[in-house]
Design a protein. Structure first.
Ligand code: PLP
Length: 415
């Protein structure tokens, strides 16, 4: 199992207080060693299979992080041409890139095909029509995989569940659409059929929904093959969850055993799109306490990171472990850790047991390496947190904090 590099119980020990002082707060800190260990852990769990890993860039798209993964041989799963550009800048070759998402524009499809994208996961009949037309105009062969909807509840948060028929994702299997469309793409001279894809959601903490979805996918693929159609690959998506509450390492091995049991010796080339399971535990958000306010039966610990820096708590009611880095006495009252943004929803944690935090103390928000920095905004005209990468004893600034002048530079006064 891979260790959480920021959990003080494990090596390497990281002096987060000094980093906060040196680089300012709020600050995202990533561990290159951690990313490598997680990537290798995921890959090792699938070593018995013909598998190809495409890191879900949406989880953490920092160029420096992508470069670390590129050097490990990772491909990329992208959901916009912007992410494709990032992946290629970081050294991931276009043929190792998979383009997911329900709303790819013609311009994005054309750019991706011109660059030589490895696979487009199409999600609707309309999208397939557009791909066919664009491929014909460009006189290229588009590598197309069908993302199917197998109507499986991933048992995750509603906003990150994608497996049910009620969601916008994938082409339904149960009414026969997926089969009809797959046969159609096999007959088009401008399309190279790549197979079928499934991704039922994110932060899955049970394996059973994966199993149900994978068996549905396999059933459809086998039926298509029995009808004489070429189904070279199956893309099994991402979704493997992490333990935000206890920060225990991700159990890649159990997931790998499940996939191996279902797919070994079936003759399919397998693709994977992990994001959170590779990134989450390998990043933390550091934030400084501005004030501590008496709230009667609780305290408000007001910090300099806010919902614009880490949206997950308020968007998904997500829990992140938060610790104070200064040794302080215990405090009897619970604490809400809140930011300066003028919204009641601006919080990082509610009702937490924290010691007697003082002004200036640094708090560490754990498991913030996935769906953290990528969702930052400038709400309340707040420059985004900076991002740094620890690489052995070196510290790389991946993205400095913008100054207010830089933040406002593209705007115009109309009068
Ligand atoms: C198509 C697709 N693939 C992969 C992922 C990555 O999922 P996760 O970060 O849960 O591994 C997502 C995110 O939801 C996705 O939409």
């Amino acid at each position: 199992m891979t260790m959480n590099p920021f959990d003080g119980a494990h090596a390497p020990y990281v002096d987060l207080n000094s980093l906060a002082t040196a680089y300012g707060t709020p600050l995202y800190v990533y561990s290159a060693d951690g990313f490598i260990a997680s990537y290798q852990g995921f890959a090792a769990s699938l070593s018995a299979l013909d598998s190809h890993i495409h890191f879900a860039v949406k989880a953490n798209s920092a160029l420096g992080v992508l470069q670390v993964l590129a050097k490990q041989g990772a491909g990329a799963d992208i959901v916009s041409y912007g992410e494709m550009k990032r992946a290629m800048m970081a050294g991931i070759p276009p043929e190792k890139i998979v383009f997911s998402g329900v709303g790819k524009t013609d311009a994005e499809l054309a750019s991706a095909l011109t660059d030589g994208i490895g696979q487009i996961n199409a999600e609707s009949s309309a999208e397939i029509d557009h791909i066919m037309r664009i491929a014909e105009q460009l006189d290229v062969i588009a590598p197309v995989c069908l993302r199917v909807n197998v109507n499986v509840d991933p048992k995750s948060h509603a906003k990150i569940s994608t497996g049910q028929r009620s969601t916008k994702f994938g082409i339904p299997v149960d009414d026969g659409q997926a089969k009809i469309l797959y046969k159609a793409i096999c007959q088009n001279p401008h399309i190279k059929p790549m197979g079928l894809a499934v991704h039922i959601g994110s932060q899955l903490t049970e394996l059973e929904p994966f199993e149900t979805a994978y068996l549905e996918l396999l059933g459809l693929a086998d039926r298509l093959r029995a009808d004489g159609y070429d189904v070279p690959g199956l893309d099994l998506g991402g979704g493997l969850g992490i333990d935000y509450a206890t920060n225990q390492p991700v159990d890649f091995a159990s997931y790998g055993r499940l996939v191996t049991r279902i797919f070994s010796n079936r003759g399919y080339r397998l693709g994977f799109e992990p994001g959170r399971s590779i990134a989450a535990d390998n990043g933390v958000l550091l934030t400084k306490t501005i004030f501590v306010k008496d709230g009667g039966d609780k305290r408000f610990v007001i910090v300099d990171a806010a919902m614009n820096d880490l949206l997950r708590p308020t968007l998904y009611e997500a829990y992140h472990t938060i610790d104070c880095l200064s040794p302080r006495d215990p405090h009897p009252l619970p604490a809400d850790i809140v930011g300066p943004v003028c919204e009641t929803g601006d919080y990082l944690g509610l009702g937490r047991t924290l010691p007697d935090v003082q002004e200036g103390d640094i708090l560490v928000v754990r498991s913030a390496g996935a769906y953290g920095a990528v969702m930052m905004s400038n709400y309340n005209t707040r420059p985004e947190a900076a991002e740094i990468l620890l690489d052995g004893d070196k510290v790389h600034v991946l993205r400095p904090r913008r100054t207010l002048d830089e933040l406002l530079a593209l705007e115009h006064l109309p009068l």
